[in-house]
Design a protein around this ligand. Structure first.
Ligand code: AMP
Length: 411
């Protein structure tokens, strides 16, 4: 019986895993400098945590959630995103008594999307959230952190930051009504998918990549014409602060993001490629969400990034080969040799053994794996309690003691 992996899932190993760990380390170090605390939450939650906050008409809730009935008849969902679980955890653990609080998380998310390059059904996200302030510096702080993160992974010519403001919640609601009216006039010219969104989620038609929709959206009413003075002021502040911090951005009036909870600043970092899955980081402000989830009426802002998409863009990292390969010429020297291998490892020297007991095979193995040194153990070595130590690149060798090997390799 050969079991296949589940469609849209993937295993991470080898050099990809090195890159994955590198990215995790990089972001953990940045989180430390920017003073965020990590939180790890369960991968499954009550389905209600996602339904309303993300939007009953959002693609994620309509089509993509992995939800199931538990044995006690409650409904559970494998988390499709991390913002709502983080807020849920902050509320459950009383973390919102002193605000603001800055949290980050790393872990798998689950969405039943059509799998393709850069789009998986289980993928890994990095999430940052600032809960408890609507200061425009918190928007720019979290965007700047994302910008720094990306610049340390890929060169800055490879991505662009797009920002927009959706204004207040009631501005968005007004805008939705205006947009619905506008798109209704072009009902039959829109793509099938957008037609189904006119009444429920007209904002999403704006960021459709279907050429028919793009043409019609061009002349659609603009949300900026509905901003309140306060929204306008906030957005100007965010832009000014980004300028001061020398974070380059472009305004994208059609940027709306896919989930219901966003308001005011929204942003996306996109790779400058033609690939369809090119959003590397997406986020925005979500005032009102914490209250909706049963917490205090306090604002928040955050972003999420898919590690797999970053891995496609980043440079490969090569394995560090072992420092020394121990070659045992015959099984009868095994007991003598394993003690040497153990001693080398106890001295933190990366040591490998290939279980071949064959000089020729092991030597070619060592050079194929770019291992610089080998230690050879045969009858003479066994009798004299010394080892043949060889530097492969130079072909030089000497017969020396364990202490001498350790001294040479520790340098
Ligand atoms: P979203 O919550 O949809 O804005 O997603 C935030 C980020 O997560 C995106 O910018 C991607 O980097 C990543 N992402 C979202 N969906 C997927 C997916 N199906 N596979 C891989 N990465 C994803």
């Amino acid at each position: 019986m050969k079991i296949q992996p589940i469609r849209g899932t993937h295993d991470i190993f080898g050099e990809d895993l090195l890159l994955y760990k590198f990215i995790k380390n990089l972001i953990s170090n940045l989180a430390e400098i920017y003073d965020y605390r990590q939180i790890i939450t369960p991968i499954f939650e009550d389905t209600n945590l996602f339904k309303k906050p993300l939007g009953e008409d959002s693609d994620v809730v309509l089509k993509e959630m992995y939800s199931f009935k538990d044995r006690n008849d409650s409904f559970l969902t494998l988390r499709p995103e991390y913002t709502t679980p983080m807020i849920r955890a902050a509320i459950s653990n009383n973390l919102l008594s002193k605000l603001p609080i800055k949290l980050f998380g790393i872990g798998p998310m689950f969405r039943r999307e059509r799998p393709q390059k850069g789009r998986y059904r289980q993928f890994n996200q990095i999430n940052f959230e600032i809960l408890g302030t609507d200061d425009s510096f918190s928007d720019t702080e979290i965007i700047t952190l994302a910008d720094r993160f990306l610049q340390q992974l890929v060169s800055k010519e490879k991505f662009t930051l797009f920002i927009n403001s959706l204004g207040e919640k009631n501005t968005i609601n007004k805008y939705k009504i205006i947009l619905t009216k506008y798109f209704e006039k072009y009902m039959s010219d829109l793509s099938k998918e957008s037609q189904s969104k006119i009444a429920t989620n007209p904002l999403r038609i704006l960021d459709s990549d279907n050429p028919l929709d793009i043409k019609i959206s061009k002349d659609a009413p603009k949300i900026k014409d509905l901003y309140s003075i306060e929204s306008q002021r906030k957005f100007e502040q965010v832009k000014n602060l980004l300028d001061k911090l020398k974070v380059k951005f472009k305004i994208d009036e059609k940027l709306v993001r896919g989930l219901d909870y966003y308001c005011h600043t929204v942003f996306e970092f996109k790779s400058n490629t033609d690939e369809s899955q090119n959003t590397l980081i997406g986020g925005g402000r979500y005032d009102g969400l914490i209250k909706l989830l049963g917490g205090p009426d306090t604002p928040g802002v955050g972003w999420a990034s898919g590690i797999e998409r970053l891995m496609h863009l980043s440079k490969k990292i090569n394995f560090q080969p072992a420092t020394v390969n121990v070659i045992i010429l015959d099984e009868k020297y095994k007991e003598f040799a394993v003690q040497l291998i153990h001693a080398l490892r106890e001295n933190k020297i990366k040591t490998t053994f290939d279980y071949k007991y064959n000089l020729k095979k092991s030597l070619s193995n060592a050079s194929a794996n770019k291992v610089p040194y080998v230690v050879i153990i045969g009858e003479d070595e066994y009798q004299n309690n010394k080892y043949t130590f060889k530097k492969l690149s130079e072909g030089t060798q000497s017969v020396i003691s364990l202490e001498e090997i350790i001294n040479k390799l520790k340098k």
